[in-house]
Design a binder for this molecule. Structure first.
Ligand code: UT7
Length: 319
């Protein structure tokens, strides 16, 4: 597998920490110190599918292909206004593609899972040339905006890549360890005349921040160790660690474990917050368009999220 194009799109509404101070018992100082986040983008008038289609078009343009060249679309998404069909179907129509689409919900780890599926499809399906991966997320719509410990963390975004056959993927690992209670949201479904059980609506995400923090650091460290071993590489041989943008303290803990310089850890969490599975592909797009990625560089990607899902991979940048 080889990445040949990247794209991203973000909502226009900037929500700063001081704007949150207007309706939450919080402060810019607390949020910056505990998370590294200064502001995030939150959907106001946009539709998530518009952001997703823009990110997809940008990635196709960057790859030098049109929608006719796309053979499969993988869409990573947790929540959007459509319960059905899958967001991938909506994106397919918007960009004028005719290929099959598949949605996955692996929370913030979705991009790594999507790469794993893409690698398997490219390896086993002869006619498969280009796969479009679109990660489109609006976690802001899942939050209880009275819960200061969770709503301050998230922002909305879409990130996309086009992948084709190649041998840039040196190692990949995904895993799930059922820990629903650490981070979840339950909602009531449509009532029927037959329902007798009691149903719960948590009215937003329920998160044990400290548990998620510990799980995030311990699982990412394990994943990174494993993919380095799988690829026969050392931490020093990685040029950039492109990590899920959730909390600067989580990134710092991982950085200390691999004992690498800060300059190897690109970062945009300060401006966008945690955008779930869109965070890594959107960061890759920022780096690509900012000419911060050099051909031949080795990147290590690592993410974690509700589930508890985790994943990491090592890939050579060859654009
Ligand atoms: O993709 C996965 C998504 N989730 C995550 O990445 C979450 C991972 N966890 C975290 O990032 C951190 O645990 C948080 C940022 C959520 C919280 O930071 P913490 O250092 O673990 O704080 P804490 O939960 O230990 O809370 C410390 C204090 C508490 O007050 P008391 O009990 O000491 O009086 C909280 O009520 O900070 C309080 N607090 C706040 N204060 C001001 C919690 N949120 C806020 C807030 N503003 N926004």
């Amino acid at each position: 597998m080889r990445i040949i194009g990247t794209g991203s799109a973000r909502p226009s509404k900037v929500v700063t920490n001081s704007m949150l101070e207007n309706f939450l018992d919080t402060s810019d100082e607390w949020i910056v110190t505990r998370t590294g986040i200064h502001e995030r983008r939150v959907i106001s008038s946009e539709n998530l599918e518009d952001l997703a289609a823009t990110a997809a078009r940008n990635a196709m343009e960057n790859a030098g292909i049109t929608s006719e060249d796309v053979d499969f679309i993988i869409c990573s998404n947790v929540v959007n206004e459509y319960v059905t069909p899958g967001l991938g179907c909506v994106i397919q129509g918007m960009i004028g593609a005719t290929c099959p689409t598949m949605d996955i919900n692996c929370a913030c780890t979705g991009f790594i899972y999507a790469l794993d599926v893409a690698e398997a499809y490219l390896a086993t399906k002869k006619d498969m040339r280009n796969i479009l991966i679109v990660c489109a997320e609006e976690p802001a719509r899942m939050m209880n905006w009275h819960d200061r410990s969770s709503c301050i963390l998230f922002g909305d975004a879409a990130g996309a890549v086009v992948v084709t056959k190649g041998d840039d993927l040196k190692a990949i690992r995904v895993s799930t360890h059922c820990k629903v209670e650490a981070l979840y949201q339950k909602r009531k479904l449509q009532p029927t005349p037959f329902i007798t059980k009691e149903e719960v609506d948590t009215e937003g995400v329920v998160m044990n921040g400290q548990d998620v923090f510990k799980l995030a650091v311990s699982s990412s460290i394990k994943d990174i160790d494993k993919v380095l071993t799988m690829a026969g590489m050392t931490a020093d041989e990685i040029d950039l660690y492109v990590l899920h943008q959730a909390n600067v303290r989580i990134i710092e803990s991982i950085r200390h474990f691999v004992n690498q310089d800060k300059s190897k850890f690109p970062f945009n969490l300060d401006r966008y917050g945690n955008t779930s599975s869109a965070s890594i592909p959107a960061l890759l797009d920022d780096l690509n368009r900012g000419n911060q990625l050099k051909t031949g560089e080795m990147l290590l990607l690592s993410a974690f999220g509700a589930g508890f899902t985790t994943g990491a991979c090592i890939l050579r940048w060859s654009m």
